[in-house]
Write a protein that binds this ligand. Structure first.
Ligand code: FAD
Length: 500
């Protein structure tokens, strides 16, 4: 049998998923090329002074999408990586001292500390029914049938029901406010936009499917640290005999017309290919690898701009905070102003909503006894040549964030720091080549793209496909893993490739 060579650029979760899914067919010879020394991309880790810092994702949802990667090769995920549910899901802190725990069973939120009334819990349950309807719409059109644009949806969904079932005319915030009256719950439900690095005031209401996903599929921690998920997938890749070259950057490509014939590596050597799957994002690929003229890239920049970036500050502290849970959110007094600062004004707002992870609440082995790992991740604007931030800006921002946390209950935080690791948008961009240092791929914006990301099949090269956060179904670990599985079906529909 003549094997066809498929070059996968990048070993992030999207690239790993594509490589594993493609290797299912013995006619494919898959070669995975990763510029960094580790696999997993943004799922990354560093150890420092006895503390382990997961540098990327901290929340795992929809683990069944990961299980599929193992099951398609007749293996069990549990033999490679162990996961456990986190309780409560999130703890939410407000400036007036109110604490609301988001529990796995909404019924438990009537008790301490959330203290919602029975009516408020009923409203939340009603919201979750709406969220489920949005999920079912997306599942049919987007997850199972791979709609890549609005018109595709008509092929897979009853046109008479579309406007109602996806709450077409609303933003996320509209959809929340129509159904919820408790002001704390409004902020919390709006903050699910975090999962896609977007603003609830700009994102289409379809993204209100996120709370249903969290409640239905639960929220998980990877035992031993999130990076063990990448280690598990690497072991699977190894067991399947897929060729992996780390420390190998693709810098150029060779082409004949609309066909990519070879990938050129940084040492000048070539990998001859029949097809390419790029886990490098769409815009960076067209800028750096195929080097398209600006006029070709500009429409993508307008429609598919980057999601937010993050100010990822990892602290090792020599004390513990009883008030924290594994996942914590410290809200802004003015969320509207905060989201405006990230996506429109492009400024560093001094009262951000701060996402704080304290993984030692679940896994004490992540740091020395009596200590705490504290990862702080407020969302901030992506790199922008018109509004560059200086080291001084970031230093001021860091002070604002730490003093907000001290004010809201983490007394003595600054004095207890024994080690730290800071990743800014520039660090993120340099490590993963994401567009402008975005952490979730493409922004979900009702006006710009209605929540759609770039289609997976390149408009310029017949044998080029993309996976990961810059294509449908979008950013976040489960979605990029799904993109790697979905791309195989699209490749099978490529008659020119199949005829080779
Ligand atoms: C701080 C942070 C917190 C997050 N929190 C969460 C969370 O809690 N839950 C969640 O689900 N998601 C979270 N995310 C988002 C999640 O990490 C991403 O959506 C997902 O991991 C992206 O996977 P990807 O495959 O699309 O891209 P990446 O992980 O960026 O992978 C792309 C890979 O391609 C490689 N590459 C790029 N160019 C080249 C080249 N020219 N040659 C060779 N290799 C190349 C890169 O090195 C990288 O390994 C977070 C992200 C960050 C940064």
């Amino acid at each position: 049998m003549k094997q066809k060579t498929i070059g996968v650029i990048g070993g992030g979760l999207g690239g790993l998923s594509a490589a594993i899914s493609l290797a299912h067919n013995p006619a494919h010879k898959v070669i995975l090329l990763e510029k960094n020394a580790h696999l997993g991309g943004k799922l990354n880790v560093v150890s420092k002074d006895g503390f382990t810092f997961d540098l990327g994702p901290s929340i795992l949802t929809m683990p069944h999408l990961f299980e599929q990667l193992f099951a398609m090769h007749n293996r069990k995920m549990a033999d490679y990586v162990a996961i456990e549910p986190v309780r409560p899901h999130w703890r939410n802190f407000f400036e007036d001292g109110k604490i609301v725990d988001l529990t796995a069973d909404p019924g438990e939120m009537t008790g301490e500390p959330s203290c919602l009334t029975d009516e408020e819990v009923e409203e939340l349950r009603g919201f979750l029914r709406y969220s489920q309807q949005l999920y079912q719409f997306s599942d049919q059109t987007y997850f199972q049938n791979q709609s890549e644009k609005t018109l595709d949806v008509l092929k897979y969904y009853n046109p008479l029901k579309i406007l109602r079932d996806c709450d077409f005319f609303s933003t996320m915030d509209d959809g929340v406010r129509k159904r919820i009256h408790n002001p704390y719950l409004i902020d919390i439900l709006n903050y699910f936009a975090k999962y896609v690095g977007s603003s609830p005031y700009d994102a289409p209401a379809i993204l209100n499917l996120l709370p249903y996903i969290q409640w239905e599929f639960d929220l998980w921690y990877v035992q031993g640290g999130m990076y063990n998920l990448a280690r598990g997938l690497e072991r699977l890749i190894h067991d399947l005999g897929i060729e992996v070259r780390k420390d190998t950057e693709v810098t150029e490509m060779q082409r004949e017309g609309d066909v990519i014939t070879a990938l050129v590596l940084q040492d000048g050597s070539k990998v001859v290919v029949d097809l390419v799957v790029s886990n490098m994002e769409v815009i960076p690929f067209y800028e750096r690898i195929s080097r398209e003229p600006n006029a070709r890239i500009e429409p993508y920049r307008k429609k598919y701009g980057p999601a937010c970036s993050g100010f990822a500050l990892h602290l090792g502290v020599n004390r513990q905070y009883d008030i924290l849970r594994h996942h914590n959110f410290f809200y802004s007094k003015n969320p509207q102003k905060q989201f405006h600062s990230i996506f429109h004004a492009k400024t560093l707002y001094d009262d951000p909503c701060i996402y704080l992870v304290a993984p030692m609440k679940t896994d004490p082995a992540q740091g020395p006894e009596g200590c705490e790992v504290i990862k702080i991740l407020p969302h901030i604007p992506v790199l922008d040549k018109d509004t560059p931030f200086t080291d001084h800006d970031y230093a001021q921002y860091k002070e604002a964030v730490l003093s907000k946390l001290e004010r809201m209950g983490l007394e003595g935080l600054r004095a207890s720091i024994v080690t730290e690791e800071l990743w800014t948008p520039a660090t993120i961009q340099a490590h993963y080549y994401s567009n402008q240092g975005a952490i979730y791929g493409i922004v979900s914006d009702k006006k710009k793209n209605k929540g759609f990301k770039t289609p997976k099949h390149s408009a310029f090269y017949h044998n080029l496909y993309f996976v990961g956060g810059s294509v449908n179904p979008g950013g976040g670990m489960p979605m990029v893993v799904l993109s790697g599985q979905q791309v195989v079906d699209q490749i099978y529909q490529n008659k020119r490739f199949m005829a080779l």
